[in-house]
Write a protein of this length. Structure first.
Length: 541
């Protein structure tokens, strides 16, 4: 938070009661009813007309321009939330001289351009940005009202965020890649939230001095402030990251091919993160923080468990049957997969046969906790102790009984992973050593990286060969086409309740680079996530 600046926080409807019983109670009722600040003489129904849309947006813009936050809030369907943020626009953010120019409405949605001036302690700068609002019908009064969202005030604002202007909470940083190339939000857009967090965590350690900024302070304590406008530059401190500019550029381009996609690349020999990119409607860093079922990419860990416990081996039996029943629940394979009663583990792995893995998980000495033990002890997952330099999820492989024990083995059930986790799984599988991924050197802040004992050499050798076969002869062959030599991969598709199409997962390696990607509702692993990973692998390390 800026020093010396009183920030108006977006509060819940109940917090408004603090300001006065009568006014607060009135606004609570109106906000819950979705009717804004006042009633109407007659109740209309149906979508607002074009005249209503024009009139409501014009009144809202006029009140906003004049700095009349309370009045502007009455033209919204949630004045209790709108008024504090509109008030902070002038008070905490020090934005004046507001001029709003509406564009041509698209149905009930009105685009507009905001031009204003930000002034603080003798420093001033012009501010221009575009946003949009939607006009809806009030549920009980029938009034045409602005559908309140924080993005109405600024497109980058989300629920719980605030605007402020003042001395920056942290000095600016000049983040550079592993070879000294400067990393900017403009060149690498999906790095924006990552760079904000790095600035918050390491700005004071990089040797810079803070400037004066208009910024967004996010509700989440783990998210760094987002700078919108610099009134007076601070001095940036240089922060070395492990990113590879070439891998990052490839990742940025690759994720744009598919909506709701994320990818991470790591260097297996060190654990250094080479690239992290997201193409999402929100600003969530799903590449590091996603918590979703990884589908059949999980079979890397399950195969390791089977080998380490002596159940079977790469060339040992793993019959691929049409179906498998585990404690009353029937599991099947992908449509049109031909059964193979004589299949080896390698063959069932490269074809991604679900039933082969499920039929083996009740073999002695396996128990309900065997998969969890393998994930934690060998792959360093699920112990909430990774310290990557920014917020990350460490994976979750709980010990369960019943049908979920079988589902977990094929990456469904209660297993949760992020692309970062699966990139690390691949790195461990092919080297035999768990090296916790990290984005900035632990020497910078003396943090202790997580450890695990890794895999026996024979297990790692078998996993690497099975992934190689999958990339050259199996389900990953099409996505990995054009990559040669020391390569391997594993596909996955994860069914999610409420989704008509499964999530697409893919993880692979080429030389000393391992990557994993996930595309929400992307279908088969090789269809969406596969091309993303392959594009990053082609950059080398």
């Amino acid at each position: 938070m800026a020093k010396g600046v009183k920030v108006a926080v977006i509060s819940s409807v109940f917090a408004v009661m603090v300001g006065g019983a009568g006014y607060g109670a009135y606004n609570i009722v109106s906000a819950l009813n979705g009717d804004g600040g006042s009633g109407a003489a007659s109740v209309k129904t149906g979508p607002p007309s074009s005249d209503e849309i024009k009139e409501t947006s014009a009144k809202f813009f006029a009140a906003w321009e004049k700095g009349r936050a309370a009045q502007a809030a009455t033209y919204t369907n949630n004045d209790a939330a709108a008024e504090p943020l509109l008030t902070s626009f002038g008070d905490a953010a020090h934005i004046t001289g507001v001029k709003i120019t509406p564009g041509t409405a698209n149905g009930a949605t009105v685009p507009y351009t905001v031009r204003a001036t930000v002034s603080y302690e003798g420093k001033s700068k012009s501010l221009t940005y575009k946003s949009e609002l939607t006009v809806v019908r009030g549920k009980t009064t029938g009034r045409a009202l602005v559908d309140w969202q924080p993005s109405v005030v600024h497109p980058q604002l989300q629920k719980g965020d605030t605007l402020f202007t003042g001395e920056a909470a942290n000095p600016p940083i000049e983040a550079v890649d592993r070879n000294g190339a400067v990393l900017t939000k403009e060149k690498y857009p999906s790095l924006g939230p990552v760079l904000d967090t790095l600035r918050e965590r390491y700005g004071d350690k990089a040797g810079g001095t803070p400037g004066i900024e208009l910024a967004i302070k996010h509700q989440s304590p783990d998210a760094g402030d987002t700078s919108l406008l610099t009134l007076a530059k601070g001095r940036a401190g240089k922060l070395q990251t492990t990113i590879s500019a070439s891998a990052q550029a490839a990742a940025e381009t690759a994720v744009k091919r598919f909506a709701q996609s994320s990818v991470v690349a790591v260097k297996p020999s060190t654990g250094e993160v080479l690239a992290v990119a997201n193409h999402r409607r929100d600003q969530f860093n799903a590449a590091f923080q996603g918590e979703v079922a990884p589908g059949s990419t999980m079979k890397i860990i399950t195969a390791a468990m089977l080998i380490d416990n002596g159940v079977t081996s790469m060339n040992g039996p793993a019959p691929c049957t049409p179906d498998a029943v585990w404690q009353g629940q029937t599991f099947k394979n992908l449509k049109n997969m031909k059964p193979n009663e004589n299949a080896t583990l390698a063959n069932s792995f490269l074809r991604s046969c679900n039933t082969a893995f499920i039929k083996l998980i009740d073999e002695k000495p396996l128990s309900d906790s065997s998969l969890t033990t393998e994930a934690q002890d060998r792959f360093g997952l699920g112990q909430d102790n990774w310290k990557t330099g920014i917020v990350s999820f460490d994976g979750k492989v709980p010990a369960v009984s019943g049908p979920d024990r079988a589902a977990n083995a094929i990456g469904q059930g209660q297993v949760q992973m992020s692309p970062l986790n699966m990139a690390s799984v691949t790195a461990t599988a092919i080297t035999g050593a768990f090296r916790q991924p990290y984005l900035v050197s632990p020497k910078l802040d003396d943090r202790q990286l997580a450890t695990a004992k890794g895999l026996p050499a024979s297990t790692a050798a078998q996993l690497k060969q099975m992934m190689h076969l999958t990339a050259t002869q199996g389900t990953a062959m099409e996505a990995m086409a054009g990559l040669h030599g020391d390569i391997g991969a594993k596909t996955g598709s994860a069914e999610v309740d409420g989704q008509a199409v499964s999530n697409s997962w893919f993880t692979g390696f080429s030389g000393d680079i391992a990557a994993a990607a996930m595309t929400e509702e992307g279908g088969h692993g090789g269809t969406a996530a596969g091309p993303i990973v392959a594009a990053v692998l082609r950059t080398g390390s």
